[in-house]
Design a protein around this ligand. Structure first.
Ligand code: SF4
Length: 445
């Protein structure tokens, strides 16, 4: 029998900061490195080199990224920086001159070559094997599915298009193939992400491809219809309310994809929206929300808003609060406007003082808290499918169709210590507070 001399495989540690899109980038880099025989180290001291995938969206995120780089240098010493903040290579090197390399967002080739340079790969046919769905940083039962990169919009508070460029959609068959592999590997929930999900395929002129003998366009509705065939939860994030979004509501009403839409409205006042240069006309949004709910009564809407945008008056803010009360959104996040370096909105007149931003933010959150509590209260007595995320000695914690991981609420199942992450159970909702639900598992007697 032939034996192979065994040499320890080189190990890479990773610190992944920022949004789900950055997480998907980290997964791609790791998948590639794992395919080349690298091992992934869970700690700084076991790693031959540490990758820090940074976020540069807000100044607070930049600070967090710089701190993470500093910590990795202190704990390990051999650090490669990648991700959104990588475009500010000079600044990173000024603060941390010891970093080995700095690469920008989506520069997969460059990150991988930087790793090769720092720790050369070792060919070993036994460790080159990677599970077909790639390596993921999310728990096994849910996965982010990134359908495009970049954005054609130019919202005045955002620097993503200058960091990541214009919209580049993945070919539809490549997205579907990845979704199929994930579903086959046991993933129960696919979270569709991009910067602008409903614009999917515009850049490819909705190019058609063949998938299992069917002609499928690289188009939002075609993609949703096909994803609905995988028999897993499909959750749509970052959907702008372009008119064609209406087409997806029947799929939700039929229960083929989750009746959940994450639409970043950001504001409601037409003046502020105009200054923000937001895509999709928003004046008729309340009518559309009403119609969507008529057609799909259990539809859950999540959104984010910004308070204190330059030029926002008390009337604009009050308009947004009134809109919020009318819209009755289920899940809402709110940020105080932050003048991100490079955003054109910084040049707008009428900067809102910090204390006014804070005061408006508090009023906004109070208003939404009451709406959220009331909407969750309506669910008491319902039976909902709940996907289990975590189990500890007190019981199980899961989510219903109404809750995306990390950003929305939870369903707590006290005493259910025998469930496992990834189990899908029917739960009768017994209690609700402002953000979460409690219930018990329905069992056949
Ligand atoms: S839609 Fe606007 S906020 Fe979203 S990534 Fe594009 S430019 Fe930025």
């Amino acid at each position: 029998m032939t034996t192979f001399p065994s040499k320890a495989a080189p190990k890479v540690g990773i610190v992944s900061l920022g949004c789900p899109k950055a997480l998907v980038d980290s997964e791609r880099i790791l998948t590639r490195l794992r395919a080349e025989g690298y091992e992934i180290s869970p700690s700084y001291d076991g790693a031959d080199v540490v990758l820090v995938n940074t976020c540069g969206f807000l100044d607070s995120a930049k600070k967090e990224s710089l701190d993470a780089i500093g910590e990795a240098i202190k704990e390990n010493g051999r650090v490669i920086v990648t991700g959104c903040m990588g475009v500010e290579s000079d600044m990173i090197r000024q603060v941390h001159p010891d970093v080995l390399a700095v690469t920008g967002p989506h520069q997969y080739e460059q990150v991988v070559s930087a790793v090769h340079e720092a720790v050369p790969p070792q060919h070993d046919p036994f460790v080159d094997l990677v599970p077909p769905e790639g390596l993921r940083l999310t728990p096994r039962h849910y996965a982010y599915l990134k359908i495009s990169e970049g954005c054609n919009n130019r919202c005045s508070f955002c620097i993503i298009p200058s960091l990541r460029g214009d919209l580049v959609s993945r070919p539809v068959v490549s997205v579907l193939r990845e979704a199929e592999k994930l579903a086959t590997a046991g993933v129960k929930e696919l979270l569709v992400i991009s910067q602008d999900t409903s614009a999917y395929g515009v850049d490819r002129k909705y190019a058609e491809e063949t998938w299992y003998g069917r002609q499928v366009r690289a188009r939002f509705i075609d993609l949703c219809r096909e994803l609905a065939n995988f028999d897993v939860w499909v959750r749509l994030h970052y959907v702008y309310p372009y008119p064609h979004v209406d087409e997806v509501i029947p799929l939700m009403a039929e229960g083929r994809i989750l009746p959940y839409l994450d639409i970043p409205f950001q504001h409601a006042s037409p003046t502020v929206l105009k200054a923000m240069r937001r895509p999709a006309a928003q004046e008729k949004q309340l009518d559309r929300i009403r119609k969507w709910r008529q057609d799909c009564p259990h539809l859950v809407l999540r959104s984010t808003f910004i308070t204190g945008f330059p030029g926002e008056t008390e009337e604009d803010f009050q308009f947004m609060l009134d809109w919020l009360k009318e819209a009755q959104l289920d899940r809402v996040g709110c940020f105080k406007y932050e003048p991100v370096d490079g955003a054109t909105a910084n040049a707008l007149p009428g900067a809102v003082p910090e204390e006014v931003k804070q005061e408006r933010w508090e009023r906004f959150m109070e208003t939404q808290k009451a709406i959220s509590a009331e909407r969750l209260q309506q669910k008491v007595g319902w039976t909902l499918g709940v996907l289990i995320d975590e189990v500890d000695e007190e019981g199980a914690i899961g989510r219903s169709y109404a809750d995306a991981p990390e950003i929305d609420g939870n369903v707590f199942l006290n005493g259910e210590t025998n469930l496992k992450p990834g189990d899908l159970v029917d739960v009768t909702i017994e209690h609700a507070d402002e953000y979460d639900l409690w219930g018990s598992v329905e069992r056949d007697l």
